[in-house]
Design a protein around this ligand. Structure first.
Ligand code: TRP
Length: 447
């Protein structure tokens, strides 16, 4: 690990691998299917793709460009580009959001570890029983936190990049195989209809907020992950091309996850609206009936755990980079102090699935347990708020023209055409849509 520099990606494809590793995770395979299920299926999928194109991709390009230009973490990046004392608060919000997302994400990531073990030993008992055992919940959550800690201790190149290399092709192939099996199940057609035949009557303000939150979450946007990862990117790489590659891969993997889950869900007769438990209820049932299901199930949960790990690593890297750059802490100290903070912050989520009454049955902002509440506050509110201010900052403070020069450094001529469309998107379209959707939700929640 470099001692006197901040570190950078070790190979040409290093950034794309690591950024895709950050983007592809539980957001694609756990969150996307259950949010789609709760929001009516196919119509939501269309709104989601619209959000990726009109908001996600432009904000992704903006974040990477700001990161590469400043070579800094989110707080430092805002400080470097403006003398105002207000803008760095967008960076601080990102640092806090990183901890907030980790606090519940690691609990779900822990479930994937638990399901590796449960699949291997053919454990009986439902998901509901599994998540109610406090020792198990805290144990797996802590185990996953420590795995993340170890990788981030290794630093940018050795730690993060190396893990991202083999995963994606493997996960992709396994998804295709599982889709093939899922489609053969009895009753699969109803699932396909739910997932692919839109009923536009189901689109409401909440649907759009959910789709937008999901786009930010799935692409790792709105809290400075991509600023931080962009800060390790070389000037010879094309930012528009890299961003497009990340967005397409991420969206494709989510889409395929839906194609795997919904036919199976309808075939086993479960409800699409059941929330966070969805994939953990459906998939074991699929593996049970499938020839070679134990091996396939093991491989699946293992790959999901690794996909989650490359995401938790990117979440932890943001506050770590902040403490290392701005506070001059050693990487080691920053990582361990943050590990302790995330541990404490995550306990309520770990105990929120039936163990502790206070966290398990509530009614706050329309959410019924602590884990879902954290998920809602940090993913659906905090990320779009961060993304809104980031768009304004890049388009109007730094300047869309300056930013697109940065994005085009190292890029070919076809990227130029993409950036012509980018400028109005980042100046007007994406911030305006974000603002309308957020205000609509605020008035709905509090008004
Ligand atoms: N995108 C990841 C997933 O889909 C989660 C994630 C990693 C994330 N880094 C992020 C979400 C930053 C929001 C912001 O699983």
């Amino acid at each position: 690990m470099e001692t006197n520099t901040r570190g950078s990606w070790g190979s040409r494809v290093g950034f794309i691998l690591a950024a895709t590793g950050s983007a592809v995770g539980l957001g694609n395979i756990w969150r996307y299917p259950y949010i789609t299920g709760q929001n009516g299926g196919a119509a939501f999928v269309l709104v989601y793709v619209g959000c990726v194109l009109l908001i996600g991709l432009p904000v992704l390009i903006a974040e990477i460009s700001l990161g590469r230009r400043t070579n800094l973490n989110p707080v430092g990046a805002f400080k470097a580009m403006s003398t105002s004392k207000a803008w760095p608060w967008v960076g601080y919000l990102g640092v806090i959001t990183g901890v907030g997302i980790l606090s519940f994400y690691l609990v779900v990531a822990g479930w994937t570890l638990g399901y590796i073990v449960r699949t291997a030993f053919h454990t009986t008992g439902t998901f509901g029983e599994f998540v109610q055992d406090p020792a198990i919940e805290i144990g797996y959550f802590t185990a996953f936190l420590l795995l993340t800690t170890l990788v981030v201790l290794g630093g940018v190149e050795k730690g993060i990049e190396r893990w991202s290399k083999f995963l994606m092709p493997m996960l992709f192939l396994l998804l295709i195989a599982l889709i093939g099996y899922s489609l053969t199940l009895e009753g699969a057609a109803a699932g396909i209809e739910f997932y692919l035949k839109p009923d536009f009557g189901k689109i409401t303000g909440s649907t759009i907020l959910a789709a937008m939150g999901q786009a930010f979450f799935s692409l790792s946007l709105g809290m400075g992950t991509m600023i931080t990862y962009g800060s390790y990117l070389s000037k010879t790489e094309s930012i528009p091309f890299s961003a497009l590659a990340v967005a397409v891969t991420d969206t494709l993997i989510a889409f395929l996850a839906g194609l795997m889950i919904f036919p199976a869900l309808f075939s086993v007769g479960l409800e699409p609206t059941q929330g966070p438990a969805l994939v953990f209820n459906v998939l074991p049932k699929v593996f049970d009936t499938m020839p070679g299901g134990t091996i396939v199930g093991l491989l699946f949960f293992l790959l999901l755990a690794i996909a989650a790990l490359t995401s938790t690593v990117s979440l932890l890297e943001v506050p770590v980079a902040f403490l290392v750059d701005q506070k001059k802490w050693s990487r080691q100290k920053a990582v361990w102090v943050l590990t302790a903070i995330v541990f404490v912050a995550g306990l309520p989520s770990a105990l929120s699935q039936g163990t502790v009454q206070l966290f398990s049955s509530m009614s706050v902002l329309g959410q019924t347990d602590w884990l879902s509440l954290m998920n809602f506050i940090f993913s659906d509110l905090s990320l779009p708020i961060g993304g809104f201010f980031l768009s304004i900052f890049v388009a109007w403070v730094w300047g869309a023209h300056h930013a697109s020069e940065e994005a085009l450094t190292g890029a070919g001529s076809s990227a130029r055409r993409l950036m012509v469309a980018w400028r109005p998107l980042i100046r007007f379209i994406s911030p305006v849509i974000i603002l309308i959707v957020l205000l609509n939700k605020m008035f709905g929640l509090f008004g």
